[in-house]
Design a binder for this molecule. Structure first.
Ligand code: SAM
Length: 398
């Protein structure tokens, strides 16, 4: 699955090696910004260590938990067959208009039909935009008939999210669907022709036949709150946002599938109300540096080692590799590596709010990998001056 800022490629290009070096001696691996789950899943499958993962977004937690929360494979085929049967019955109860020869008028009519499907939340919100009416009704039917058993349910929902992400008629993320203009119509056709059921099946098999070495856990939480659960001996991974546009703007379709509904949507992007979308301090340039500093301080006071990755240039959320390094140096000894990465913007046309959301889909850029070893507690407190640490800085017994 394409994900803005995914570390999937970097795991083969420096990051995997750094993890291998740092993991020995660690008792848990904690990913505070899990995203697509690529790093948490890599560690859970490669090393004999439990992995904890956090993210503000529910879809991220579902994608990550689908593998890290199990240490056994699932016997996927019978589960899939029963799921498909239930979904097919639901799907067949709807009379869905055909979407064969796409014209602007037909797409307009299909959107109207979808909008009237009040009992089908995905179809109502996104049908005729990101998905064809058929794809959307299938997603609703599969979402409504997920397996009941918890472990199978998590994997099934993750598979559906992945399949929907692959089928969406949008450039890699879901900030805006393709519009039926003369040039973009063919992209809609291409995406709408994709078989969402087949893609769900493939993803379900792939996820179900993978598992973690040790059972871990993924939770929806703000990194700055999750950090209070750290223990000494934890190896913490930080891959914070670099964009001044909230992730919830790019991935609201996946979040709706994760949650099951989203209420009224508006605009070309079909956004749910902004108060229903997670807001991150890391995507607000006036708040990002303070949020990162609080996070670093708390990790260091918990005596945990951290690995942080960040683009080595000034990003639209106001952070840069240089600033990240400067803030970290107050609390940690730093070892540093620079790797060339493909820096993903996923071609967002965005909100005229900076490079990450506004330029071409992929740019070559350098990315920093910093390994942070906490300074001694006394040294940190001394450098902070006379103020005593707040209770939230003080490690809790677990
Ligand atoms: C750069 S992406 C992480 C990508 C991930 N390492 C991967 O390989 O897919 C940053 C992630 O941080 C999440 N996020 C943003 N603010 C957060 C916060 N305050 N606490 C936890 N997660 C947050 C976003 O939802 C996004 O998934």
């Amino acid at each position: 699955m394409k994900y803005m800022g995914s570390k999937r490629t970097m795991l083969q290009n420096g990051l995997g090696k750094v993890l291998l070096q740092e993991i020995s001696g660690a008792t848990r691996f904690v990913d505070l910004f899990a995203g697509s789950g690529s790093v948490a899943i890599f560690v859970a499958q490669k090393f004999e260590i439990p992995v904890l993962a956090f993210d503000l977004q529910e879809y991220s937690v579902i994608l990550t938990a689908a593998i890290i929360s199990r240490n056994a494979k699932l016997d996927w085929l019978p589960i899939w067959k029963r799921w498909l049967q239930r979904a097919t019955t639901q799907y067949r109860s709807h009379r869905i208009p055909k979407a064969e020869f796409l014209t602007q008028k037909l797409i307009h009519d299909l959107r109207i039909w979808c909008d009237k499907q009040t009992d089908l939340p995905i179809t109502k919100a996104y049908g005729g935009h990101y998905f064809s009416p058929r794809q959307a009704v299938w997603i609703d039917a599969l979402r409504a008939t997920l397996p009941k058993e918890l472990s199978s349910k998590k994997v099934a929902l993750a598979a559906l999210i992945q399949a929907a992400s692959r089928c969406a008629a949008a450039p890699g993320h879901t900030a805006q669907p393709f519009q039926p203009t003369r040039t973009a119509k063919r992209f809609i056709k291409e995406a709408w022709d994709l078989d969402v059921v087949e893609k769900t099946k493939t993803a379900f098999e792939l996820l179900a036949t993978q598992s973690a070495n040790k059972v871990g856990k993924a939770e929806v939480a703000d990194a700055n709150k999750a950090v209070k659960k750290l223990r000494s001996g934890d190896l913490v991974f930080l891959d914070p946002p670099y964009s001044g546009v909230h992730y919830s703007r790019f991935y609201h379709v996946l979040e709706t599938i994760a949650k099951g509904s989203c209420g009224e949507v508006t605009g070309v992007g079909r956004y749910p109300a902004s108060e229903l979308r997670p807001r991150s301090k890391y995507s607000v340039s006036s708040e990002s540096a303070k949020a990162l500093e609080d996070l670093f301080k708390s990790i260091a006071l918990h005596s945990a080692t951290a690995i942080v990755t960040f683009p080595d240039h000034v990003c639209s959320n106001g952070l840069s590799g240089k600033l990240v390094r400067e803030i970290a140096s107050k609390y940690f000894q730093i070892r540093e590596q620079l790797v060339t990465s493909k820096f993903s913007t996923l071609g967002g046309t965005g909100d005229e709010r900076g490079n990450e959301a506004g330029r071409s889909a992929r740019q070559h850029a350098n990315e920093l990998i910093l390994v942070l070893t906490p300074k001694a507690r006394d040294q940190i407190l001394l450098s902070l001056g006379p103020a005593t640490p707040t209770p939230s800085d003080t490690p809790q017994r677990t």
